[in-house]
Design a protein around this ligand. Structure first.
Ligand code: PLP
Length: 395
């Protein structure tokens, strides 16, 4: 059976070239990067090279890159670190309604500790409401955060403008660039943010490694206490193979960024065109303009059927997709992102996210559309809601 992976927003395959770079650091150069002997120094050299290289690729200084276990930790650190560092200054924070669970569930916990959050709405394509954001600013606002690109519907947010608004009011500005990194040209100076999260497994790097960029001079407390790693800001023995793989994956992603973005967006556009033309009662969620959404993202609601039923039928045919975001799968709650863009609960339940990668082909797109058509037709034939709808139409 064919195996077609269309869930690149959840995670990606480790690039063979990345694995090759990582392998010696498991068995040959295995020293603790904090040790002072030759074993340690060799490991530290690789970590320094990776930090320098990653910093250069995003326009940062090496001393502004802090390695973490990934996007979730970096998001937690940014929120909790600012709350701890600036609690004397204020207790109000602003985030968008469509942030990842790593942000929103942290916000809910911080609310229990007495911090107050404003959750800013988005329009029907998922773009943040800048007026509402600026109007929400209070004298005690200490944090403004918005993701650079949404993981479910691919909307690319106006972070540069958000950073300008934040800084006009002297407020710290954070972006979660987990989905954007490796797909878009990301430069911290151009964006103007004070901190930014990113994670290697979203661009063919290893899982469990990411970074928080923290601009020089920003006051932020540590999240994880321990040894002197990461200039005492993040304790824990450095995962040297993962750090090496992180840098190599980002280097390769940036080198081929334009080429991959063009290739992947052509697959996405072909898919969107075919699905829209060939399957009735579908709604494309997220921006209509392909340049305003992540190159790899297509998100469709299929009327009168359940997303889970589509997902499992496609899975049986060897096709991997996601209903909502991977992180919320397992929960039957409708996606908070879809509800925020005004999709009804019922329609939200019939939603599937398709995210393409450079390994996918045009033939795969054709095959998936055929399977999807069959699946949707079969499920609708069994759907009482669809039957009712067609009876009404035929009267
Ligand atoms: N932020 C966004 C926007 C994401 O899409 C994800 C993962 O899907 C995360 C954060 C969490 O990243 P990680 O899997 O590295 O913890």
């Amino acid at each position: 059976m064919k195996e077609i992976y269309l869930d690149h927003a959840a995670t990606t395959k480790l690039d063979d070239r990345v694995l090759e770079k990582m392998l010696p650091y498991f068995t040959e150069i295995y020293g603790n990067a904090n040790s002072q002997h030759a074993f340690g120094r060799s490991a530290q050299k690789a970590v320094d090279e990776a930090r320098d290289g990653i910093a250069k690729l995003i326009g940062a200084k090496p001393s502004e890159i802090y390695f973490t276990s990934g996007g979730t930790e970096s998001d937690n650190w940014a929120l909790r670190g600012i709350c701890r560092a600036l609690k004397g200054k204020g207790k109000h924070l602003i985030v968008s309604k469509i942030e990842h669970a790593a942000m929103l569930s942290t916000a809910k916990e911080l609310e229990k500790d007495g911090f107050e959050f404003s959750y800013i709405g988005v329009d029907e394509e998922g773009f943040i409401n800048l007026e509402e954001l600026e109007n929400s600013i209070r004298d005690d606002t200490i944090f403004i955060g918005c993701m650079l690109a949404n993981n479910e519907i691919g909307t690319i947010e106006p972070i540069k403008k958000i950073a300008e608004i934040a800084h006009k009011h002297g407020i710290f500005c954070f972006t979660d660039a987990v989905q954007a990194m490796g797909a878009l040209d990301v430069d911290v100076n151009d964006l103007g943010v004070d901190a930014m999260s990113f994670s290697a497994h979203k661009f063919n790097g290893p899982k469990g490694i990411g970074a928080l960029y923290i601009k020089t001079g920003v006051k932020i407390d540590r999240l994880i206490s321990g040894g002197h790693q990461e200039r005492t800001k993040r304790g824990g023995t450095t995962n040297v193979p993962a750090v090496v793989g992180f840098y190599e994956a980002l280097r390769l992603a940036e080198k081929d960024l334009q080429k991959n973005a063009e290739y992947v967006s052509a697959l996405r556009d072909k898919f969107i065109k075919k699905v829209t033309e060939e399957i009735p009662f579908v709604k494309l969620n997220g921006p209509k303009d392909g340049k305003k959404r992540l190159p790899n993202n297509a998100n469709f609601s299929f009327g009168y059927i359940e997303g889970e039923s589509i997902l499992f039928s496609l899975d049986l045919a060897g096709i991997a997709v996601s209903s909502g975001s991977a992180c919320s799968s397992g929960s039957l709650e409708p996606s908070h992102v879809l509800l925020a863009i005004g999709v009804s609960e019922e329609t939200a339940h019939g939603t599937i996210r398709f995210t393409f990668g450079k390994e996918n082909t045009e033939e795969e797109v054709d095959f998936v559309v055929e399977k999807l058509k069959e699946t949707v037709e079969r499920l609708r034939a069994m759907s009482p809601l669809f039957k009712l709808q067609s009876d009404i139409k035929s009267v």
